[in-house]
Design a protein around this ligand. Structure first.
Ligand SMILES: Cc1cc2nc3c(=O)[nH]c(=O)nc-3n(C[C@H](O)[C@H](O)[C@H](O)COP(=O)(O)OP(=O)(O)OC[C@H]3O[C@@H](n4cnc5c(N)ncnc54)[C@H](O)[C@@H]3O)c2cc1C
Length: 437
C-alpha cells in the first residue's frame, strides 16, 4: 500500500516529516519492489519502526517505508537457542513469543513498544555491567540493498556488513529479518526502593557490580532516587508477581495518569518543580516482586517526553552526576522528569555506544510541553568532557568529525556504506550530518 501527502511524527512529537510517498510492506518481495521504485524515481527511502527515536533518523521527504506488516517468528533453532524474526516485529509481541519457546533475550530496555529492527539499528540497551545491548544478541541479518538485491550477513557471511549493520542507523539497506541469540527464559527478582542520592553515589560501583541489573532514577533538585535492583532467580524462587491492582496503581495511575496531570500543571507553574519533585520521589514507594524477565524489564510509558542520553566510561559516572547536580543547583532549571542512570558492559559492535568500553548511561528527560534546550545543551557540554557517546536515537548535536574521534571503527562503517549504497538511497539530512556526507 502506498499513499501520498501524509505527515509523520515520532513518539516524542519533536520530529515531523512530510514524505512524498508512504509505502506499507508485508513481505521481503514488497521491500525489494519499494526499494527499486524509490531508486527509479530518484527518491530517498527511510524505514520507520514505531518512531520511538527522538532524533530525526526516520524523517524523509522521499519514501517512508512502513514495516508493520513484517511480523512474527520465522524459524527456531532450538539446539542453538536462535530465532529468526521478521524485522517489524514489536518487542511486546516478540517477548511472549520467545517465552512460549522457553527462550528470552538476555537483556532489554525499559519499554517494549519498539520494533526489533528499530531497537537494533540505534543500539537500544537496558542495564547490567555483565551484559550488553540488544544489538549484541544479533547473530544474523537479512537486508535488501540499494540495488534491490538481498544479502544475508553474519559473523561468517559478509562479516564486514554484519559488523556495520548491527547498529546500522538504517543507512545500509532495509533489514527484513533479524536472527537473535537467545538464552533460556528466566525470572527476575525486583527490589525497588527510595534512597538518598548522595549515599547511592558513594557506593554506586559496588552496587552496579553486586546486582545483575541496576537502574537509578534521580529526581533533580532533591537528594532522592528510585533505585531498581533486579537479579536472576531460579524457577519458584523469590516472591510472587505484583498483584494486578498494584501494577495498575503504580504504572497506570501514578506513573502515567497522575504524572501527566502533574506535568501539565508544572508547564504553567514551573517554579513549583522542586517541591513537586520531592513529592514524586516519595510517592513511588518500595516494592519487591519476581516475574518473567521481560515483564520486569519493561513498563508502560504514556507521558510524553523528549530525551538525551549519553554513554560515558564507567569511571566518569559519578563526576558527570556531580556536575549535573551542580548545574541544577546553580540554575534551578525546572525539570520534573528524573535523570536515569544505567550500566552496560563492552561489546564489539562497530557503532555501538559500548564498542570496546564498559559504560554508564546517563539520560536526561524533559516533559514534551516544556523547553528542553537549556537542559540538553548543559548536559551535552558536561558529557563532552568525558568522551560521551550519544545514543543514536536520543537528542544530540554531534556530527561526523566528533563521532569519528569517538568510534574507532567509524571509517570502516563508512567504507561498507560507500560500497552498499554509493548513490545514497538510504539517507536524509540527519544521517548525512552524522556520517559526513
Ligand atoms: C518511551 C521510550 C523509552 C525508551 N527506552 C529505551 C531504553 O530503555 N533503552 C534504549 O536504549 N533506548 C530506549 N528508547 C529509544 C528507542 O529504543 C530507540 O530509539 C529505538 O530505535 C526505537 O525503535 P523504533 O522501532 O521506534 O525505531 P524508529 O525510531 O522508528 O527507527 C529507528 C532507526 O531504525 C531504522 N530502522 C528501523 N527498522 C529498520 C529496518 N527494518 N531496516 C532498516 N532500518 C530500520 C530507522 O530508519 C531509524 O534509522 C526509548 C524511547 C522511548 C520513546
Amino acid at each position: 500500500m502506498a499513499s501520498d501527502g501524509a505527515t509523520w511524527r515520532n513518539w516524542g512529537g519533536n520530529v515531523e516529516a512530510h514524505p512524498a510517498v508512504v509505502t506499507d510492506v508485508a513481505t521481503a518481495e514488497g521491500v525489494v519492489g519499494a526499494v527499486r521504485t524509490a531508486a527509479e524515481r530518484g527518491l530517498g527511502l527511510r524505514v520507520a519502526g514505531t518512531g520511538h527515536s527522538f532524533t530525526p533518523l526516520v524523517a524523509t521527504d522521499g519514501v517512508l517505508l512502513r514495516i508493520d506488516g513484517l511480523r512474527g517468528v520465522l524459524g527456531v533453532d532450538r539446539e542453538r537457542m536462535r530465532v529468526r524474526v521478521a524485522a517489524g516485529t514489536p518487542l511486546h509481541q516478540l517477548n511472549p513469543a520467545l517465552q512460549a519457546l522457553g527462550l528470552a533475550l538476555p537483556n532489554l530496555g525499559d519499554i517494549d513498544r519498539q520494533t526489533i529492527s528499530g531497537a537494533v539499528a540505534t543500539g537500544t540497551h537496558g542495564t547490567g555491567v555483565r551484559l550488553q545491548g540488544i544489538a549484541a544478541a544479533v547473530c544474523g541479518l537479512t537486508l535488501v540493498l540499494a540495488d534491490g538485491s538481498v544479502l544475508r550477513c553474519s559473523a561468517e557471511e559478509s562479516p564486514d556488513v554484519f559488523e556495520a549493520a548491527r547498529v546500522g542507523l538504517g543507512a545500509l539497506g532495509v533489514v527484513v529479518e533479524v536472527e537473535l541469540q537467545c538464552v533460556p527464559a528466566f525470572r527476575l527478582h525486583a527490589r525497588e526502593s527510595g534512597e538518598s542520592f548522595s549515599a547511592v553515589l558513594a557506593g554506586l560501583h559496588e552496587l552496579a557490580d553486586a546486582h545483575d541489573h541496576v537502574d537509578m532514577h534521580w529526581f533533580p533538585h532533591t537528594d532522592r532516587v528510585l533505585l531498581k535492583r533486579n537479579d536472576r532467580v531460579g524457577p519458584g524462587e523469590g516472591p510472587g508477581p505484583l498483584p494486578a491492582w498494584r501494577r495498575t496503581l503504580d504504572d497506570d495511575l501514578l506513573a502515567n495518569r497522575l504524572y501527566e496531570g502533574v506535568n501539565r500543571v508544572l508547564t504553567r507553574v514551573p517554579a513549583a518543580t522542586k517541591r513537586v519533585n520531592r513529592l514524586s520521589a516519595n510517592v513511588l514507594g518500595a516494592r519487591e516482586f519476581a516475574d518473567d524477565s521481560w515483564k520486569v524489564f519493561c513498563s508502560s510509558r504514556e507521558v510524553r517526553f523528549v530525551e538525551s542520553e549519553y554513554a560515558v566510561p564507567r569511571a566518569s559516572v559519578v563526576p558527570v552526576l556531580e556536575e549535573l547536580r551542580a548545574w541544577f543547583d546553580r540554575t534551578g532549571e525546572p525539570v520534573p522528569f528524573p535523570v536515569e542512570v544505567r550500566f552496560i558492559g563492552a561489546d564489539d559492535v562497530w557503532l555501538s555506544t559500548a564498542y570496546e568500553r564498559d559504560n554508564a548511561y546517563v539520560a536526561v528527560h524533559q516533559y514534551h510541553r516544556m523547553d528542553p534546550r537549556r537542559l540538553f545543551a548543559a548536559f551535552e557540554a558536561i558529557v563532552a568532557e568525558h568522551d560521551g557517546r550519544p545514543h543514536w536515537g536520543k537528542v544530540h548535536t554531534l556530527g561526523a568529525e566528533r563521532l569519528r574521534a569517538l568510534y574507532p571503527r567509524f571509517d570502516d562503517y563508512r567504507a561498507v556504506r560507500d560500497r552498499l549504497d554509493p548513490g545514497r538511497l538510504f539517507t536524509n539530512a540527519h544521517v548525512g550530518h552524522l556520517l559526513g556526507d
